[in-house]
Ligand binder design. Structure first.
Ligand code: 13P
Length: 256
């Protein structure tokens, strides 16, 4: 039985007071919860948000890391620092990192390995561009991007979550249909099976991301291979994010 994970990727949004208000509300509302909840603030605010949510069911994640353990890498942040400020999680390979910062699978595999090495759970993001979907290349792209797992052993997969985020659905208001999401997730699970075998494939959570909102979350999260949501825009507001968490709780109850 996979436990649903509802994760908010705040991206480069929310100033200190806004993030504090949102995290205070979430921590107050979810002292415990049937689903896992994760928030990923911008790096200057990790420590503050971490303090606010301590002792609640809300967990802390970073949006990125660099693979080197320390040193002369101006502007970068390593896994040990993230751990040091209280992160339990880190996102790797978000499409915005791939698109705007040129991050490719080989680099991402090093980042995934570095995150695990420092005791962080890693959400590896994958997803095809609109042109790739239209050209019938979705599965080939997803298979290639699973190379982000190149250095991950079967044992370490317990600390990996995959996030399927079709790039054409991110921030566009266009959500993948439940069929499109389920199909891609089932494909990703088959990839996990061929890499790691049945037990790991069926234990690994695969999140959907891309215009998840309060009104489509329950349907998406009810799909058999959809084990959670990675939410951008709708995670920035108390009402929409808590409605998605509530949808997660309902979907979890349906599945158990
Ligand atoms: P939106 O929910 O704003 O489409 O963003 C999805 C995303 O990129 C989460 O990582």
């Amino acid at each position: 039985m996979r436990r649903i994970l509802v994760a908010g990727n705040w991206k480069m949004n929310l100033l200190q007071s806004q993030g504090a208000a949102l995290s205070q509300f979430l921590a107050g509302k979810y002292g415990s919860c049937a689903v896992e909840i994760l928030v990923c603030p911008a790096s200057p605010y990790l420590s503050g948000v971490g303090t606010t949510i301590r002792g609640s069911a809300v967990q802390l994640g970073a949006q990125n890391l660099y693979f080197a353990p320390q040193g002369a890498f101006t502007g970068e942040v390593c896994g040990e620092m993230l751990k040091d400020v209280g992160c339990g999680w880190v996102l790797v390979g978000h499409s915005e990192r791939r698109q705007f910062f040129g991050e490719q699978d080989e680099l991402l595999a090093k980042k995934v390995a570095a995150g695990l090495q420092h005791g962080l759970k890693v959400v590896l993001c994958v997803g095809e561009l609109l042109a790739e979907r239209q050209a019938g290349q979705t599965e080939a792209v997803l298979e290639k991007q699973m190379a982000g797992l190149a250095q991950v052993s079967a044992e370490q997969m317990a600390n990996i979550v995959i996030a399927y985020e079709p790039v054409w659905a991110i921030g566009t208001g266009v959500t993948a249909s439940t069929e499109q999401a389920q199909q891609a997730h089932a494909f990703l699970r088959s990839q996990l099976k061929s890499r790691y075998g049945e037990a790991v494939a069926s234990a690994t959570r695969i999140l959907y991301g891309g215009s998840v909102k309060a009104d489509n979350a329950l349907e998406l999260l009810s799909q058999s291979d959809v084990d959670g949501a990675l939410v951008g825009g709708a995670s920035l507001k108390v009402d929409s994010f808590s409605a998605i968490i509530e949808a997660g709780i309902q979907a979890q109850a349906r599945k158990s």
